[in-house]
Design a protein around this ligand. Structure first.
Ligand code: UFG
Length: 352
């Protein structure tokens, strides 16, 4: 494997966080990004590279894209491959591991639970055991609002009970629980980041969402706007909300990545294991997303009303005050119109 040069279109040294320079510079950080060819992982790899970190992506390309890895070293491999993992981690001198490689479709997890437990739990434990064997002790984990299950109250803070209602959410909660035990037993420090609805695209237009099949609302609405799809189906108009459609908390991909960056600083500073909910704290209905997409794109978007999708909570909104207080996290792109505009720019490039 050859090392490609660090991504160099941005300054390679970033002064971080506070005026006292408590963390110094981060340009010497060496990070393994598992799943770095996927939607969120690829944006993270780019951010780490732009900020001067040494980055290695490990991805099996089952759903990711090799050309989405814009900087650092790429290793094609699978988390189930213990020999590959051991070789990579034993020689990599990684300061931390970020783990984005999981299956994410709730419906599929209900139909094929073993696939989800195998990848999201067993393979993650494989990674954690290899980290333990070679002495890498910092881990940042992509968790999800799906660990909470049906909301008992809104917005959802970290004290909310975690009672997932589908295998996807259960696999993520299992890993969160394993991480707490690994800290107690071995001192492995981790930050679990519970995403609400990740959306948007790289503001510079180099990266965006490319799931196949696509199941997420914003890219589907924009594909209806661009003509790649004939319409957007609305899953239920009879919910107990002002316009009858479900409400979600959409968070810009760059803001998600910035939270990972701050979590990394937290761990490098000797911080303890934590879990944070990540959202903007503002809910938008499916209809509001469609209306925003119409305004942003200036295109007609055909809508077909359909039945409810099984397992959809009515309202999912994050209380992210803890991340703001403990990590100093402030979303830079909280407006839905900005999130949709960046996603639209990506869709326009894809269809140009
Ligand atoms: N929706 C539609 N039509 C579509 C697609 C989605 O009406 O074609 C609706 C859904 O019913 C939901 C909203 O748009 O009300 C958002 O749906 P997404 O599929 O975009 O996102 P989810 O809220 O279902 O999923 C997100 C994450 C999952 C996570 C889940 C937790 O993407 O990984 O939250 O509930 F598991």
């Amino acid at each position: 494997m050859t090392r490609s040069p660090k991504y160099s279109s941005q300054p390679t040294v970033t002064m971080v966080r506070d005026s006292a320079n408590r963390y110094g510079t981060m340009q010497d950080m060496n990070i393994l990004v598992v799943g770095g060819a996927g939607y969120i992982g690829s944006h993270m790899v780019q951010m780490l590279g732009q900020r001067g970190c040494e980055v290695t992506t490990l991805d099996n390309l089952s759903s990711g894209h090799r050309d989405a890895v814009l900087c650092g070293r790429f290793v094609h491999g699978d988390l189930a491959d213990t020999a590959l993992l051991t070789g990579l981690l034993a020689h990599g001198k990684f300061d931390a591991v970020m783990h984005f490689a999981s299956f994410i479709q709730v419906g599929e997890s209900v139909a094929q639970p073993a696939k989800y437990y195998r990848n999201n739990v067993s393979n993650t434990l494989n990674l954690l055991e290899v980290m333990q064997a070679v002495g890498v002790k910092r881990f940042i984990f992509s968790s999800t609002a799906a660990t909470f299950g049906e909301p008992q109250y809104t917005p959802i803070d970290e004290a909310h009970p975690q009672r997932p209602i589908n295998p996807y959410g259960r696999t993520k909660l299992m890993v969160e629980q394993a991480l707490a035990d690994l800290d107690s037993a071995l001192g492995l420090k981790s930050v679990s980041l519970r995403y609400f609805n990740a959306a948007g695209a790289d503001p510079a237009g180099r990266l965006g969402e490319r799931h196949d099949p696509e199941t997420h609302l914003i890219p589907l609405v924009l594909q209806a706007a661009s003509g790649r799809r004939p319409h957007i189906g609305v899953f239920g108009r009879d919910y107990d909300t002002p316009d009858g459609t479900c409400i979600r908390d959409y968070i810009h991909i760059e803001d998600l990545c910035q939270a990972h960056w701050l979590a990394l600083q937290h761990l490098m500073d000797g911080g303890g294991s934590e879990a944070f909910n990540l959202g903007n704290g503002t809910g938008f209905s499916v209809q509001q997303v469609i209306d925003t997409a119409r305004a942003v794109t200036g295109r007609e978007i055909h809508v077909v009303d359909g039945p409810r999708r099984t397992g959809d909570p009515v309202v999912l909104v994050a209380d992210s005050r803890r991340a703001r207080q403990h990590l100093g996290w402030t979303p830079a792109y909280p407006e839905l119109s900005t999130i949709v505009a960046h996603a639209w720019e990506w869709e326009r490039r894809a269809t140009a």
